[in-house]
Design a protein around this ligand. Structure first.
Ligand code: ASP
Ligand code: MG
Length: 406
């Protein structure tokens, strides 16, 4: 017997038939002798609708009331699934965030989970009652409903698995696992059997949208074994786990891309102490996240070009901040370019093998693709290239690192 948490995303509970289907899946796990808690998202499209209604009421609205509104989507699915399970002859009950309770901090709209009370739920589960828990929500100080940020049900599920000391956390979604790269672009992409937390974290943060980044951080911290699998096909998915569970390590496990990037260059900005602080300080104050940064060596000792990337959605705001500080920054030109994509190769093998970056640069060069900015971490190399080369770069790199399916 095992204790498992099963999580179903929005498309998996998208209509009544699908919820009935989810109930059947859950029943199988119960009949296999497992204690089961299920975490559900809102039916697909529902959260978007709720967010939109808040915006229609007032573009700048109270975040506590926003949470009150958007948390309702998940409550509907918990009740429906509990009914579905009861119809199949199982014992089941629904739990909202405050009923558990799942306690969060007071960062409404993007709250973090502080603790989860489990005794009552565990007692119930031990009696064979399936716990159907609302994802995405909790209760903040002051008894206010809080939500965990878009995609937050993944984090709910992993946090619950950690709190319940579950043997497994199965995340059912509309893809059947984690792939070496986006299979819509590279037809030879392969499904991975296993991937390390660290690799998954890097992939999630650079554009692979399978799991919410925070859920992976949480899984890594608490060593929760997370399986990503499809709710529509009956096949094993991808296990996200500790490195020592993976026997055959690849040098590169995955290649991700993000079109959500824009590049800003300050031409001939003065080269003196304090300039970087003068640029990035105001951007940080305006809540613009800066990602990759390169500063050229100045030729005359007085001025240099400085290039960095920001999220595409922040480009206009970033441009305005820089223009507002033109007097202090004393640059000659400002070039903004949203026509870029960030391509990243990720693999724990990089820690112990040389030449992985070189292979990336060489591969892109032989396709005639110019690299504009490079950044690296211990297990990741990212390059910024022109957006029109996205597909070409992904396919060439996938082949170069030996990832193509046979
Ligand atoms: N329903 C929420 C959203 O759409 C949370 C989730 O599905 O993970 O973002
Ligand atoms: Mg999701």
């Amino acid at each position: 017997m095992a204790r498992i948490v099963m999580k179903f995303g929005g498309t998996s509970v998208g209509d009544i038939d699908r919820i009935k289907n989810v109930a059947k899946r859950v029943k199988r796990e119960v009949e296999a002798g497992n204690e089961v808690a299920v975490v559900v998202s809102a039916m697909s499209g529902v959260t978007n609708q709720l967010v939109d209604w808040c915006k229609q009421m007032a573009p700048l609205h109270d975040q506590k009331e926003y949470d009150t509104v958007v948390a309702t989507g998940e409550q509907v699915t918990t009740g429906l699934l509990a009914i579905g399970l009861q119809e199949l002859g199982l014992k089941a009950r629904s739990w909202t965030g405050w009923q558990v309770p799942i306690r969060t901090d007071s960062t409404h709209g993007k709250a973090r989970i502080d603790s989860i009370d489990t005794p009552e739920m565990l007692a119930d589960m031990a009696e064979g009652v399936v716990a159907v828990v609302a994802g995405f929500q909790g209760i903040a100080p002051g008894n206010r409903i809080a939500t965990l940020g878009r995609g937050g049900s993944d984090t709910s599920a992993v946090a619950l698995a950690a709190a319940l000391k579950a043997d497994r956390c199965d995340i059912y979604t509309d893809v059947d696992g984690v792939y070496t790269t986006d299979p819509r672009i590279v037809t030879k992409a392969k499904k991975l059997d296993k991937i390390t937390y660290e690799e998954m974290l890097e992939l999630a943060s650079v554009g692979a949208k399978v799991l919410q980044t925070r859920s992976v951080e949480m899984a890594m911290k608490h060593h929760v074994r997370v399986q990503v699998l499809s709710s529509f096909v009956d096949a094993p998915g991808t296990l996200v786990c500790d490195e020592d569970e993976i026997v055959e390590k690849e040098l590169v496990s995955g290649i991700a891309y993000s079109r959500d990037e824009a590049k800003i260059t300050l031409v001939r900005v003065s080269d003196r102490p304090g300039v970087a602080a003068a640029i990035f300080g105001p951007l940080a104050e305006a809540a613009v996240n800066v990602d990759m940064i390169v500063q050229n060596v100045s030729e005359d000792g007085k001025s240099t070009d400085l290039t960095f990337t920001v999220g595409r959605a922040d480009l206009d705001r970033a441009r305005k901040v820089i223009e507002d500080h033109k007097a202090t920054l004393a640059y000659e030109g400002l070039i903004c370019d949203a026509n870029v994509v960030k391509v990243s190769v990720v693999g724990v093998g990089m820690r112990s093998h040389a030449g992985i970056a070189q292979k990336m640069f060489q591969t892109l060069a032989s396709e005639g693709i110019n690299i504009q900015v490079i950044s690296t971490s211990e297990i990741k190399i990212s390059v910024l290239i022109e957006e029109k080369y996205t597909e070409l770069a992904l396919r060439a790199l996938h082949t170069a690192y030996g990832l193509d399916a046979a």
